[in-house]
Design a protein around this ligand. Structure first.
Ligand SMILES: NC(=O)c1ccc[n+]([C@@H]2O[C@H](COP(=O)([O-])OP(=O)(O)OC[C@H]3O[C@@H](n4cnc5c(N)ncnc54)[C@H](O)[C@@H]3O)[C@@H](O)[C@H]2O)c1
Length: 313
């Protein structure tokens, strides 16, 4: 049994991670300021003797005794991270400093939930971990992209300077139950619009592609990375390389929800990448990880979740 800290544990990915860690016998402390997360995501764990929850902002130091830290705290959707961009950068940078400081004090192994956004609007395709990215440092997405890039720098400097055991995971678009219904990300947008009988909004011409990883696959990769040998730090891409255009995704959601909604087109937001797709070779080689859940199966689970929560709200 490990004593594990999950920051951002009441969020979409964090809550699934807490579930999986508890199921395998770990003792989990979930820390969250509930900015985008919700206690409802972990309500089923409250009362479990292996689970604790603490309201805390990672921009402030934390003093707890743990052996492993998963640092997920950070709003992940553009609507949320652009709402208070200064706080977003602080969460990534001060949050990383505070969690790395904690890891150093208690000699814990620490994993950073980084992002494919560190590649910006990539000039190479698919992206391998040695690509340095094409990021606008002063645009409206930079609070997130540059915040996460700086956090990666801090992780590697703590590793080199203080010998910390670090793991950096670059997460590509992930979807599944417990996504925030209003977070503006394409999968939740399309599903919520379809279930409400509204037309599905496509930004740009809809030919831009994204890859979509189901949450169970993602959490599996995260745990494998944390458990990997100490000399493997990453960064490692975790994502599903299957590429779909926005139009293909919208049409699949329309078919699976059975809505009669249509597609409506709006201008593309600033700095929206045209194409993003992970090269997973490193994850396959070092973690023996590959995504298993098809887009269709993952969408069915996600639609079932939104169907039940939207009716209950
Ligand atoms: N979901 C994805 O597709 C994706 C892709 C790339 C990277 N990531 C990264 O994975 C992590 C989790 O993403 P998610 O999709 O679960 O998003 P989310 O918004 O559902 O979860 C983030 C959690 O962090 C908490 N949080 C935010 N600021 C905080 C702070 N200052 N102190 C404490 N808690 C704070 C939020 O309340 C929320 O519970 C994030 O770091 C995100 O950048 C996610």
């Amino acid at each position: 049994m490990n004593k594990v800290l999950v920051t951002g544990g009441a969020g979409f990915l964090g809550s699934h991670l807490c579930d999986r860690l508890i199921a395998r016998g770990d003792d989990v402390l979930c820390v969250d300021n509930f900015y985008t997360g919700n206690k409802r995501n972990v309500a089923h764990l409250i009362g479990n003797p292996s689970f604790d929850i603490m309201r805390h902002d990672v921009c402030w130091p934390l003093y707890v005794e743990v052996e492993r830290i998963f640092n997920l705290a950070c709003p992940a959707s553009p609507i949320h991270y652009q709402n208070d961009p200064v706080q977003t950068t602080k969460t990534s940078v001060h949050g990383a400093i505070n969690m790395l400081g904690l890891a150093k004090r208690v000699k814990a192994r620490i994993l950073q939930a980084s992002t494919s956004e560190v590649y910006g609007d990539p000039a190479v395709h698919p992206q391998t971990e040695d690509y340095w990215g094409n990021v606008n440092p002063i645009g409206i997405r930079s609070c997130y992209d540059e915040g996460k890039r700086c956090a990666e720098t801090l992780f590697f400097d703590y590793h080199r300077q203080h010998g910390l055991e670090v793991k950096v995971m670059r997460i590509f678009n992930t979807y599944g139950p417990r996504m925030h219904p209003e977070d503006g990300r394409v999968v939740s947008n399309f599903i919520v619009q379809a279930l409400r009988g509204q037309d599905l909004t496509i930004y740009g011409d809809g030919m831009q592609t994204r890859s979509f990883c189901y949450v169970d696959d993602l959490v599996d990769g995260m745990i494998r990375l944390m458990d990997s040998p100490a000399d493997f730090t990453g960064p490692v891409n975790i994502g599903n390389p299957g590429e779909f255009t926005m139009i293909e995704l919208a049409e699949t959601v329309i078919r699976l929800t059975g809505t009669s909604a249509k597609l409506v087109f709006q201008p593309l937001p600033q700095d929206d990448p045209k194409q993003r797709c992970p090269d997973n070779s490193l994850a396959k080689e070092k973690l023996n990880w590959q995504p298993k859940v098809s887009l269709e199966d993952g969408l069915k689970e996600t639609i079932a979740y939104f169907r039940s929560t939207l009716t209950n709200d």
